[in-house]
Design a binder for this molecule. Structure first.
Ligand SMILES: CC(=O)N[C@@H](C)C(=O)N[C@@H](C)C(=O)O
Length: 746
């Protein structure tokens, strides 16, 4: 009976769009959301070593990890699935899954040894109510070792994040490298020390039991951290486990003003290469901020000597060693200025110690269409087998493409620009076998493998799909390009354009007019690419059209485009969004009385600006953690430099704010236009947001209340800037949809 049932969402969505009506029933919307949540996202893929069978055939194992929202359990579940790929080194001969999905629980990090013989796992487990971390070494079908890192107490918690975190086997497979929080001294109050009033012999017992030195009066010491999504991550240290002896060494020799991360073993295991971020005079938020002063370093294990390998005045990330162990590529951009920018691809030659720029910053798109590199993370492996070419997936306008860079010429070729599909992500590459995922606004992510064609034959790329997904016939989408009207051209950066992605329900009866939801992205230096987004898919299936606007300042359009925005926020970006909306309305088929605006963070800043500057236009507004007043944000965010730069100032760490600075920040903020607002606003705030503190939303809420504009505030404890915990995200979606339905009178 179950298998013959037609999915409810198909029936619902079809009924919904036949008469151009929007789905309104909360239970039906929730069902649609639940159905769409069943499409998992790929978060990792590894390619195992190539094995030659006794019949001469070659095969390898592809290990994949996926995440999926589990609404019933209220968590994001992670699971793995493996595939076997037979090949002849140039093409895939046969492939298929080897077994079913298995849920992964408690694993924070895991990595196979280079030979594939062993595996290391960092596991978190709660024992008698306390969180403990264990480091496990597996060999074939056995767990060889399990070290209780919490009890060993050599360091604090191991970092599992993308920013600093890593777990890497030495080439010899005898040692394991990882990053952890530096051990902190044990502290006690002055009043729990020796003068406790205990009897002398009791005191004696306690003293002898104490193996560690305890410092007094430092229990309430403030430790700076690296901000949003990196809270309690303050002083990372590099740690090396000697597997045979089960001995952990916390590395010394790293300059005390540097925080290390993204580390790996140098050729011959003589030392470690890592990215070091300067943390003096203080730490600033790192999430979405690739513009923090940082450099590539090498620490020699024998001498403890630390050497700086890259420039002293740039920001770097994602160093990757070539398979021949001769060269390291990494991404580099400017310090401060826009938080994300066009990067340079640099290469350090291990033997000559020379650094070269392989691909430079692109100011304006080249004739071949290449717009530059916009990525803050390369895939774990990105080199071709011959150590000549590097693969990068990154936005080119609003599409994420797979690019191949020839490191000897700097020539960039796209493997995917001719394909019809939406956006591509490189998950891994090993001996030229690439593992990628492709999705589009109407098609959830699939999984494919393919061999990197020889240089010059990139157009002959062919993919084999390991996990297929079907395009959703009820969603159609297109990309729209815009040139701003002459009066809105940027004088310093003239002639720039921008674009938007428009999603529409496929079936609309003649005469039916669509309601429109406008969604500008946050950042502002970010981009909405043509990939699968849960919320837009559900809204479109409900019967809404959605416009995702990549206003000037977005990534993927050249460095000039990015630089055109700082100093002009609140005007250029606002007008670009409105221009895109007006242009789309001219196409016809939309109900001009039923337009809503939705945005988070800087996207929320834009949503609040739009309802202030175009008070009659938008009938509903939904914002997640919006920036509402730069002047009040600058003193309490983890990225004060962002407020200064976007308001049009240069930033340095000893800056003294003048009244004129604050005035300019206020003038560029949505709060300046609040008295004109008529649109009902739904605010969704995360209690633990370090980026755009919730007080920003509350300030706007109070202003609207005073003006008697309908406003509702949803408060999400335990959530940070992204509001991405499963219950917050799903509750936020439902309330946003119902708010729009109510205020668009649908
Ligand atoms: C750099 C940064 O985090 N800026 C915020 C104000 C912002 O807009 N963030 C975006 C990326 C978001 O969607 O959270």
């Amino acid at each position: 009976m179950f298998s013959r049932r037609i999915p409810l969402y198909r029936l619902i969505s079809r009924c919904a769009v036949m008469d151009s009506k929007v789905l309104r029933e909360p239970a039906e919307i929730a069902q649609l959301y639940r159905d769409q949540c069943r499409f998992p996202a790929l978060c990792r893929a590894d390619v195992g070593p190539v094995i030659t069978s006794r019949y001469g055939g070659q095969y390898c194992n592809v290990y994949t990890e996926w995440t999926q929202r589990d609404l019933e359990r209220n968590e994001n579940v992670k699971f793995c699935r493996q595939y076997i790929v037979f090949h002849d080194d140039k093409s895939v001969v046969y492939s298929g899954p080897s077994g079913n999905c298995t849920e992964i629980k408690g694993e924070l990090l895991s990595v196979d040894s280079p030979s594939g013989e062993m595996k290391a796992v960092l596991r978190e487990s709660t024992i008698k109510g306390e969180d403990k971390q264990f480091l496990e070494i597996w060999h074939k079908n056995r767990k060889l070792k399990c070290l209780n890192l919490t009890t060993l107490n050599k360091h604090g918690k191991v970092y599992e994040d993308d920013q600093f975190g890593c777990m890497v086997w030495s080439h010899s497979e005898t040692h394991l490298l990882y990053v952890a929080e530096k051990k902190r001294p044990k502290t006690e109050s002055y009043f729990q020390g020796p003068e406790t009033g205990l009897l002398a012999d009791e005191e004696e017992t306690i003293k002898t039991d104490k193996k560690e030195e305890t410092v007094l009066g430092q229990q309430f010491e403030y430790y700076e951290d690296w901000g949003e999504a990196l809270v309690r991550k303050s002083s990372p240290v590099l740690c090396v486990l000697d597997i045979e002896g089960s001995n952990i060494t916390v590395l010394e020799g790293i300059p005390t003003n540097i925080s290390p991360g993204q580390a790996f073993w140098s050729p011959n295991d003589t030392g470690l290469v890592f990215v070091g971020w300067w943390h003096e005079p203080f730490r600033l938020g790192l999430k979405y901020c690739a513009n923090r002063r940082s450099s590539l370093f090498y620490v020699d294990l024998a001498s403890g000597k630390c050497e700086q390998l890259s420039s002293n005045s740039s920001a770097v990330c994602s160093p990757r060693l070539s398979p021949d162990l001769c060269r390291i590529v990494y991404l580099e951009c400017g310090v401060f200025g826009p938080h994300l920018q066009c990067s340079r691809l640099c290469m350090f030659d291990w033997y000559t110690k020379q650094t070269s720029v392989v691909v430079d910053v692109v100011q304006r798109a080249k004739e071949d269409g290449f717009t530059g590199i916009y990525s803050s993370m390369l895939s774990p492996r990105c080199w071709s087998a011959d150590s000549q070419r590097v693969l990068i997936s990154c936005p080119q306008r609003c599409r994420k493409d797979l690019l191949v860079v020839d490191t000897s010429t700097g020539e960039v070729t796209s493997l995917t620009s001719q394909s019809e599909e939406g956006s591509w992500s490189l998950l891994n590459i090993h001996r030229d076998l690439m593992v990628v995922s492709c999705s589009s606004p109407n098609c959830p992510p699939d999984l494919r493998v393919g061999f990197l064609p020889a240089k010059g034959s990139e157009s002959k790329m062919s993919w084999v799909t390991l996990e297929e997904t079907q395009p959703q016939a009820d969603i159609s989408w297109q990309t729209l390009n815009f040139s701003p009207p002459p009066e809105e051209d940027n004088r310093q950066y003239p002639g720039l354009d921008f674009n938007a992605i428009l999603l529409k329900p496929t079936e609309v009866t003649t005469g039916g007019k669509l309601p429109l939801i406008v969604m500008p992205h946050g950042g502002p230096h970010s981009v909405l690419v043509s990939e699968w987004y849960l919320s837009t898919a559900v809204l479109c299936k409900m019967g809404f059209s959605i416009l995702l606007v990549n206003y000037r300042g977005s990534l993927g359009f050249g460095q000039d485009n990015i630089y055109s925005l700082p100093g002009n926020i609140g005007t250029q970006d606002v007008k670009d969004v409105q221009f895109a909306v007006d242009s789309v309305l001219k196409q016809g088929g939309f109900d001009e009385q039923k337009i809503a605006v939705v945005g988070g963070s800087h996207g929320g800043f834009l949503a609040c600006h739009l309802i202030g500057q175009y008070p009659e236009f938008y009938k509903a507004c939904v914002t997640r953690n919006p920036v509402t007043n730069l002047a009040t944000m600058v003193g309490c965010t983890d990225i004060p430099d962002w407020c200064m730069v976007e308001a049009g100032y240069e930033y340095n760490t000893d800056i003294r704010l003048e009244p004129a600075n604050l005035e300019q920040m206020l003038n560029k903020s949505p709060i300046k236009h609040v008295s004109k607002v008529k649109t009902p606003v739904l605010l969704m705030l995360g209690e633990d947001d370090k980026r755009v503190p919730s007080k920003q939303g509350i300030e706007y809420y109070r202003a609207l209340k005073a003006l008697q504009v309908p406003v509702r505030l949803l408060w999400y404890p335990g959530n940070n800037h992204s509001l991405s915990k499963v219950d917050a995200e799903s509750d936020g979606f439902m309330n946003a949809a119902l708010w729009i339905i109510q205020h668009l009178s649908l």
